[in-house]
Ligand binder design. Structure first.
Ligand code: C2E
Ligand code: CA
Ligand code: CA
Length: 843
């Protein structure tokens, strides 16, 4: 029972002809086989006298058994060629029992010879020498096995005993080893490799079948001994066994194939053309058991180079013309190598004519050539260039600073995500903008700004959930697309959810941190928009979120939902900023309205607040709510602040000339306090207008107070050291005013209008006013109540101990040319103790 490489490995003889050493081996084996046949035939035959079968019939059975065992072979491809495994051992066992041992070499020679000649003519087309080698090998192996088996027992028609079984098994093992060794020797001689690995590979591949073969042989012997009619039941189990072998072989082969395929394609990963092509040739040779592999590579200049390898494993290359049209031979495959539309070469694999490629192998060649094409294409691109393009394609998608996706990638990935969702599946987009980022950048330097951005990106990264898309759109703007917005609940549920998320994120981001050694908290404004995934693309969602974000900034809160009603109004904010540039040059567009604050006891003016108005040539009168926020977020804030200071001090200078020593209050945007040049600019303005510093009051809001930025503290301390007064505006609306007061010395507290309004009906509001007044007294500060509109409020404030107030009840903000007269009247009436309940010109 043959196997393995013994008779069956199929590599064609070397292209140059059969090597002398193989020829020698074949000759030796053939001589041995013929000798064995002759010796066997001379051995006297002792058949039982009552034998039912004629001698010729027994020989015929043996011949047929050997032939059928070979014809029912299974074939598999190995690294060095096709290997057939056969039912040889089963045939041997049956024959040892049925036929006189001396006849078996002759029966094997004829049976295997006929089978292999037939198969060669019908399927394989092997050279006659190869058929001779296989036949001789199998015959020699049979002879050896017969010798071993008969030495251990007398199998012929013996009753089945353990002893007989042992002798038969020993014969089978001998047969297995002999065929494997002869096959291995042939391979070793032909390819000049060591004999060990191919023999072991053949034995491993054969093991299962060997066991089955021996079992089948022994069962047949037992059945014949009991009643030969039982043999009629044998074909179905044999067929099943054959299928099992086939399945097992295929599974093994597939596993090997895939491993080899993965290794071969990984090996293609080389940097230069020669490396890739050489790896491809050797890879294809082993992978497909090919006898010849050509990799033709076309260069940029149109010239072709051929890398060729054959069974010897050597790869040679030379310049060639363009490849000829592919051969139509069944065992030759040619595949053009292309990447996109670019032709990079051609791969040709010549299988042995005896083992043309199966459909699977054709697919594998196709897959291999795709990998090869890509590798050749890569190798053709200079390495440096490849690195650059890899980096720039990363950069094209990612923001270099934070590693988050950039605006372009955010748009494309976001749109992709939206398309994958149902039309009305709710999604939310959060647009985050860091408050006062520009100032951090300007004052602490760009490195600090970068650090702040990275830190924010990291924090956002940990807050985002799987499936969310997080990106940095540029500057200090981040976007977060939430695709898993719960759908349960009513129609407003998604927005409620998104707002909750936004608030949570804003809160977490605000956790204090240190940037460039400065403790600060990252405060963000978040615009939130919710929409059905199919109703808007990401560009539109961003646009809406942007509007909401500005609303958040305007509203002073950190989070705002998109409000379509306000959409139209805010779209032209950019235009507004461009127009502001002109307004700052024009001098007559931005004007100050002035609103006095009065002493509640005497009615004397305690100060005048400067409030900006924009007489816009096209839009009409604009109040601070219409433009202050965009200005604060723009580059023009510095110029704007200087402008207002200049106008206010010009007014104060006029009063001084008229002998009025009322201080003027100027509102400062939180952000302008982050500019360390501010104190010098203020000093310069005071000098230019010759206004003493005490006459200037800077109103700062609690938002400034809350950001614990050293630079702000420093600017404020410097300004105050110059003699300028500080007032805390909208006092009571923030939370950390009191802590701020311990850090920065101020001169005035302005009780927020909201408390004044609610004072009458809300004990809490009243308590805040009372506390603020008490605190101011304790600290020796002035306290001014804002937004006093009624006499009742005025009285209530007076009762609470408030000393000064401002509001429509006294004066509405008025033009600069009227304020001088009003102040003069106020002072006079205060001096004459005629306290005007409602001042002239107030409304
Ligand atoms: P604010 O500092 O709290 O200014 C007081 C606001 O209350 C002014 O509104 C004023 O007109 C208004 N007001 C005064 N008395 C009453 C009253 O009895 N009832 C009511 N309902 N309102 C009263 P305005 O002028 O619209 O200013 C709004 C805000 O814009 C100001 O709030 C201030 O924060 C800011 N602002 C105004 N001018 C400037 C400026 O030159 N620079 C900066 N950065 N901000 C400014
Ligand atoms: Ca104010
Ligand atoms: Ca205020």
């Amino acid at each position: 029972m043959t196997s393995g490489r013994a008779g069956d490995q199929v590599d064609r003889p070397d292209p140059g002809g059969t090597s002398p050493r193989v020829l020698l081996l074949v000759t030796a084996v053939t001589l041995t086989a013929f000798t064995a046949v002759l010796i066997g035939l001379t051995v006297p035959v002792t058949l039982p006298p009552d034998d039912a079968l004629p001698a010729a019939a027994r020989f015929g059975i043996a011949l047929a058994a050997f032939a059928v065992a070979q014809l029912a072979r299974l074939r598999f491809r190995t690294a060095t060629g096709m290997v057939s495994i056969t039912w040889g051992e089963a045939a041997l066992i049956v024959c040892l029992y049925l036929v006189p041992a001396g006849w078996l070499p002759a029966a094997a020679l004829l049976g295997t010879g006929l089978a292999w000649t037939g198969m060669s003519l019908a399927v394989d087309r092997r050279p006659p020498l190869e058929v001779l080698r296989i036949t001789a090998s199998l015959t020699a192996a049979t002879a050896l096995a017969v010798a071993v088996a008969t030495a251990l027992g007398a199998p012929l028609l013996a009753a089945p005993t353990p002893g007989l079984a042992l002798a038969l098994i020993a014969g089978s093992v001998t047969y297995l080893l002999a065929t494997a060794c002869l096959g291995g020797a042939t391979l070793a001689l032909r390819h000049g490799v060591a004999i060990g690995p191919p023999v072991l590979a053949a034995l491993r591949g054969k093991l299962l079948m060997f066991v089955g073969n021996v079992a089948v042989g022994l069962v047949v012997v037992a059945l014949v001994e009991a009643d030969a009619r039982w043999l009629l039941l044998l074909p179905p189990p044999l067929w099943l066994l054959q299928q099992t072998y086939r399945h097992r072989l295929r599974a093994d082969q597939e596993r090997r194939d895939w491993r080899a395929f993965a290794e071969a394609t990984a090996a293609l990963n080389q940097l230069d053309e020669r490396g890739v092509a050489t790896a491809a040739v050797t890879g294809a040779l082993t992978l497909f058991g090919a006898e010849l592999v050509d990799v033709d590579v076309v260069r940029g200049d149109g010239r072709w180079r051929r890398y060729r390898g054959d069974a010897s494993g050597q790869v040679r290359d030379r310049e060639v013309g363009p490849p000829a049209p592919p051969s139509t031979a069944e065992h030759e495959l040619a595949r053009p190598l292309t990447v996109g539309d670019v032709e990079v070469g051609e791969l040709r694999v010549r299988f042995p004519a005896t083992a043309p490629p199966s459909a699977r192998e054709r697919d594998a060649v196709a897959a291999f050539s795709d990998a090869l094409a890509a590798a050749l294409h890569d190798a053709a691109t200079p390495r440096e260039l490849r690195l650059v393009s890899a980096r720039s394609s990363y950069e094209a998608v990612h923001d270099a600073l934070t590693g988050l996706v950039n605006r372009a990638a955010m748009l494309s990935k976001g749109d992709q995500a939206l398309r994958q969702l149902a039309h009305d599946h709710p999604v939310a987009l959060l647009l985050l903008d860091i408050n006062q980022f520009k100032e951090v950048n300007d004052t602490l330097g760009h490195a600090a700004g970068d650090q702040l951005l990275r830190l924010t990106a990291n924090r956002l990264g940990t807050l985002a959930r799987p499936g969310d898309l997080l990106g940095r759109l540029g500057g200090d703007e981040f976007a977060l697309l939430l695709t898993s917005v719960p759908v349960i609940g009513d129609r407003s549920a998604p927005m409620a959810y998104a707002l909750r998320q936004a608030r949570e994120i804003a809160e977490r981001l605000a956790a204090p941190t240190e940037v460039a050694g400065v403790r600060m908290s990252v405060e963000v404004s978040v615009g939130v928009v919710v929409a059905g995934a199919g109703t808007a693309d990401l560009t539109e969602l961003l646009r809406r979120a942007d509007i909401a974000m500005y609303q958040a900034k305007e509203g002073g809160g950190s989070v705002a939902a998109y409000d379509s009603a306000r959409d139209a109004a805010s779209t032209d904010q950019l235009a507004l900023l461009a127009e502001l540039r002109e307004a700052l040059q024009a001098d007559d567009q931005l004007v100050l309205a002035l609103q006095p604050a009065v002493d509640l006891a005497t009615g004397a003016p305690t100060g005048v607040e400067a409030l900006i108005r924009w007489r816009h040539p096209r839009r009409g009168w604009l109040g601070p709510v219409d433009f202050i926020r965009p200005v604060e977020n723009s580059e023009q804030l510095g110029a704007f602040t200087r402008y207002v200071l200049d106008k206010a001090l010009a007014v104060a200078a006029d009063w001084a000339r008229e002998g009025l020593d009322v201080p003027i209050s100027v509102n400062l945007s939180a952000r302008s306090l982050l500019d360390p040049r501010l104190p010098a600019e203020i000093a310069d303005a005071l000098r230019r207008h010759q206004v003493p510093p005490q006459r200037l009051v800077l109103e700062i809001t609690e938002t400034v107070v809350m950001s614990e930025l050293e630079v702000i503290d420093e600017v404020l301390a410097t300004v105050r050291a110059m003699g300028v007064q500080l007032a805390v505006d909208d006092f009571g609306t923030g939370f950390s005013s009191l802590t701020f007061l311990t850090r920065i010395a101020v001169d005035e507290l302005k009780v927020d209008r909201s408390f004044v309004i609610r004072m009458a009906e809300s004990p809490e509001a009243a308590a805040i006013v009372r506390t603020t007044v008490g605190l101011a007294h304790e600290l020796g500060l002035r306290v001014v109540a804002e937004g006093v509109e009624t006499a009742e409020q005025r009285l209530a404030l007076a009762e609470l101990g408030c000393t000064a107030a401002q509001g429509y009840h006294f004066f509405k903000p008025m033009p600069a040319d009227k304020i001088g007269a009003v102040l003069g009247t106020l002072r006079e009436s205060a001096e004459s103790n005629v306290f005007p309940l409602r001042a002239d010109g107030a409304s």
